[in-house]
Design a protein around this ligand. Structure first.
Ligand code: IMP
Length: 395
């Protein structure tokens, strides 16, 4: 049995999508274990760019599994499946397996989140408005995909809107009071469509010969590992796999980190660059949220933060992404594992087609070696561009 995982070591958006896409062909299943449509995984295949929020990006290469500790807003799932099919990607019940236990996000979770964020005023978390927080916060009082498909959800919706103070008296965007009928009507078109994909993924993963686990989000916005309240509501670390699939002996534990740091939403960010260099990285790295389109906050690589994530998920190899983005910045800095700021030599004339580490500029090689020394883990994959083939493997 071969079990591997990819985990995000920063604030999400580390480039996990591309890394999963690269290594997925070696596995029978790619299984996502946390979060919902707040994630945005970008995969570029030739000239085509795919942005996935719910379906694991392994779907392009192998079979995809959605684990029981994910949350799903059914209309988003249906449009994602149909969107892929419209572009010629096969998505059927033979290559996509969705756990029946997954909690359903509804219109009232979305409206609750909007109301909560508005009430926070200047103290906003900066959530993605996909209903993630309220769905996880109310797992016990919610319903799952099987109940939705079997028409067992109506009473639960009615009870929540009538009796639960969190969901009572919510308003629609037009100011009208949200009704049970509104909630059910939004779910109805997806109900039967989703039914065909439901599976018991606990059993599926238990008997699978090879699985690659992938999270949404990254360590620093994990519900147990981030600085609250500036976190998402699930666990994207290696430990989060257990919440979806039970204990797994994962031998290959690949941490993914960007060659610099980015964060969307509020919360602490020690190495943030609010000057022209930050803007330069944003432009050259195309640092805008996949899900919300928001400009990402950019900053220097923070070894101290990443080391914590490496230890927490017992990472035993690293993928470093966006190395090319740092090209031409005249002065590079890095926060060391001991928390001091260090300076690194810059590089120019980056060859995006290089296939070996020695083909990289000497200072870029030194930058990678510094990260390896600070973290005590080898970098085995280096991404030097958004396309599949712009990658140095087994570096
Ligand atoms: P939520 O997950 O929508 O509740 O958002 C909570 C925090 O996590 C916000 O700061 C979001 O910007 C952030 N977040 C959620 N999903 C992602 C992601 O996939 N990448 C980066 N940040 C994310």
């Amino acid at each position: 049995m071969k079990k591997a995982a990819v985990v995000g070591l920063q604030w999400g958006d580390e480039g996990k999508g591309k890394i999963v896409d690269l290594i997925a062909p070696g596995f029978d299943y790619v299984a996502r274990y946390n979060g919902g449509a707040n994630a945005g995984h970008t995969v570029q295949i030739g000239d085509e760019v795919f942005k996935l929020h719910l379906i694991p990006d392994g779907i392009f290469r192998t079979n995809a599994v959605m684990g029981s500790n994910m949350v799903v807003h059914p209309p988003v799932l249906v449009s994602e499946i149909k969107g892929l099919r419209d572009r010629g990607i096969e998505v059927t019940c033979r290559n996509l397996f969705i756990d029946w236990r997954i909690a359903v996000t509804t219109l009232y979770h979305l409206r609750r989140e909007a109301a909560d964020e508005e009430a926070r005023g200047g103290e906003r978390i900066g959530t993605t408005f996909r209903g993630i927080g309220p769905t996880y916060e109310n797992l016990r009082g919610g319903f799952n995909l099987r109940q939705l498909v079997n028409h067992e959800h109506e009473d639960i919706v009615a009870r929540n809107l009538r009796e639960d103070v969190r969901f009572r008296d919510l308003k629609l965007k037009d100011g009208r009071k949200l009704t049970v009928e509104d909630v059910l009507a939004e779910l109805e078109p997806a109900r039967e469509f989703i039914g065909g994909f439901l599976a018991d993924t606990h059993i599926l993963i238990r008997v699978a010969q090879s699985v690659l686990f992938e999270p949404g989000q990254g360590h620093n916005i994990g519900i147990y590992t981030g600085v609250r309240p500036f976190v998402t509501c699930s666990d994207p670390t290696l430990g989060g796999i257990g919440a979806s699939f039970g204990y797994q002996e994962v031998t290959q534990r690949m941490g993914v980190a960007k060659a610099y740091s980015t964060r969307v939403g509020g919360g602490p960010f020690l190495t943030e660059l609010t000057d022209g260099v930050g803007e330069w990285i944003r432009q050259h790295g195309n640092e805008y949220g996949t899900t919300t389109g928001r400009p990402r906050r950019c900053g220097w690589f923070d070894c101290q933060e990443v080391l914590e994530a490496v230890k927490h998920s017992a990472v035993n190899e690293l993928a470093l992404t966006h190395l090319d983005t740092l090209c031409e910045i005249p002065k590079l800095k890095i926060r060391t594992a001991s928390g001091k700021m260090g300076e690194m030599g810059p590089w120019r004339n980056f060859d995006h087609g290089t296939k070996t580490r020695s083909g990289l500029p000497v200072n870029a090689q030194a930058y990678i070696e510094r990260i390896e020394d600070e973290l005590g883990v080898s970098v085995t994959v280096i991404s030097v561009g958004s396309e599949r083939n712009q990658t140095v493997m087994r570096a």
